[in-house]
Design a protein around this ligand. Structure first.
Ligand SMILES: Nc1ncnc2c1ncn2[C@@H]1O[C@H](COP(=O)(O)OP(=O)(O)O)[C@@H](O)[C@H]1O
Ligand SMILES: CC(=O)OP(=O)(O)O
Ligand SMILES: [Mg+2]
Length: 448
């Protein structure tokens, strides 16, 4: 049996899924794990067996715990590998598990490890990790300071602990390779821009690729005819205008800092603001923690990436907490200070700016507005308020019963509008960046 391990180093989380490759079918999901709140400890670790035959007879199939030992993405990966090895050992010992399963879940069966790497620069296809590709990704670390270095450390760890597997990098930037020149360019000297690669790259591309295929399938539409406005709102948040299945504009830019605010990121600000915010903005911080992931960024970039966003506005990186406090169940619970409402309203306002702009970019030919990401998939209130505002553009009104019932609904895509089968739909998509990588990896014959 050939296994694919797909690893997604997000800014606040490490999400991992294990798949079995099947020759004529999509990869079969065996188990998932997620470590959240890595940037605001204690991290929460989750390990869940989805579809391993015979696993009902072992007791270690689901684990959820706060883990003080997980300090970063690399230690989260180590914790996952230990948990998987322990689980596989339990299966091996169980007499009720069929032989083929007992032998198949060995770590040594993992042929390919897919890593989500946020910034790929001019790499527009997945690449196997070699010294050359590793160095290329490392050189881009300064342009994705919360991501590339962390992904490289996990790649390092995976190569050490799974020496017989191949590590492959899949890039967030690849989905945006068709951005029109006038969208990708900033209004700066184009000679300098070309020489230094200073342009809009766009991110969350694995998620947008998954969303595009899933929504097309749900709407029974050819992906190459699909027009949507997609919102991936998690610790990092972005919007994307997708025409004919391709990204034609997106809110993140040269780095994942611009556009919408995130858990610790400022999003769009007047570029001059930082020089008035701090006097030391230009100071270069260089930390070389180990062989992987050396980052040289200015103090300004550190502040804008790690001290802003919801953390600065409301003192928490948990948007769930912001929603609970901004919308208390009773008036007496309403805090005097409306910092939570400010954080919520500010994100809502910036989202509406992008939806409005992308509606025009798509000339009104929009099949659906799609919510995804940790916040997009779980915040009833955010979807409700966005839905209320965009109905003037002809989107279906959000049906609050459907909106509140999303968590109970099965399936990848859930319709929360009242449009029926026609009109501009309002959808939630349970995005799956690991699934997207595993599907792509499985389809690359050279890797098998
Ligand atoms: N019920 C909820 N309501 C609002 N936000 C939520 C809810 N559950 C999770 N979130 C938020 O989702 C964010 C994490 O999103 P996710 O996409 O998983 O992270 P990452 O960007 O690290 O991949 C966190 O800020 C978390 O607070
Ligand atoms: C690109 C980006 O911001 O990713 P994430 O939301 O996973 O941090
Ligand atoms: Mg993410």
């Amino acid at each position: 049996m050939s296994l694919i391990l797909a690893v997604n180093a997000g800014s606040s989380s490490l999400k991992i899924s294990l798949f079995q490759r099947q020759a004529n079918d999509p990869p079969r999901l065996l188990l998932t794990s997620s470590t959240s709140s890595i940037s605001s400890p204690p991290a929460k670790f989750n390990f869940k067996v989805i579809d391993v035959p015979g696993s009902e007879s072992t007791s270690s199939g689901h684990k959820e715990s706060a883990e003080a030992d997980i300090r970063d993405h690399e230690s989260a990966f180590g914790h996952f590998v230990e948990t998987l090895a322990r689980y596989a050992e339990g299966l091996r010992r169980s007499t009720q598990v069929p032989d083929e399963v007992r032998l198949s879940l060995e770590l040594s069966q993992i042929r390919n490890v897919c890593h989500r790497v946020v910034h790929g620069g001019n790499y527009v296809e997945p690449v196997a990790i070699t010294e050359q590709t590793y160095n290329h990704i490392e050189r881009l670390s300064d342009l994705a300071p919360l991501h590339n270095g962390a992904a490289l450390r996990v790649i390092h760890a995976a190569m050490a602990v799974l020496p017989n597997s191949r590590s492959i990098a899949f890039f967030d930037t690849a989905f945006h390779k068709h951005l029109p020149a006038h969208v990708a360019a900033y209004a700066i000297d184009q000679n300098v821009a070309r020489k230094r690669g200073l342009r809009k790259y766009g991110f969350h591309g694995l998620s947008y690729a998954f969303i595009t295929r899933s929504v097309a399938q749900y709407l029974r539409e050819d992906p190459s005819k699909l027009n949507i406005i997609a919102l991936h709102i998690g610790s990092g948040a972005s919007a994307c205008a997708i025409r004919g299945g391709k990204s034609i504009d997106t809110s993140m830019g040269l780095t994942p800092l611009s556009g919408l605010p995130g858990a610790t990121r400022a999003g769009d600000i007047d570029p001059s603001l930082i020089f008035h915010y701090t006097k030391n903005g230009g100071r270069i911080l260089s930390h070389k923690e180990d062989a992987a992931g050396e980052v040289h960024i200015s103090d300004a970039e550190r502040i804008l990436n790690t001290e802003m966003g919801w953390k600065a506005l409301a003192g928490t990186t948990d948007f769930g907490e912001i929603v609970r406090k901004a919308f208390p169940r009773s008036v007496s619970e309403k805090p005097d200070d409306d910092e939570y409402a400010l954080a919520f309203d500010l994100l809502l306002d910036r989202i509406l700016h992008f939806v409005g702009a992308y509606y025009l970019v798509l000339r009104g030919h929009v099949d659906a507005l799609v919510f995804a990401g940790g916040v997009g998939e779980h915040s009833v209130e955010l979807r409700s308020k966005v839905g209320e505002a965009v109905s003037c553009l002809g989107f279906a009104a959000v049906d609050e019963r459907k909106n509140e019932g999303v968590e109970e609904k099965k399936g990848v895509v859930v319709d929360i509008g009242n449009a029926g089968q026609c009109g501009k739909r309002v959808l939630v998509c349970r995005t799956d960046e690991q699934g997207e990588m595993a599907r792509e990896c499985s389809a690359i014959e050279d890797y098998w």
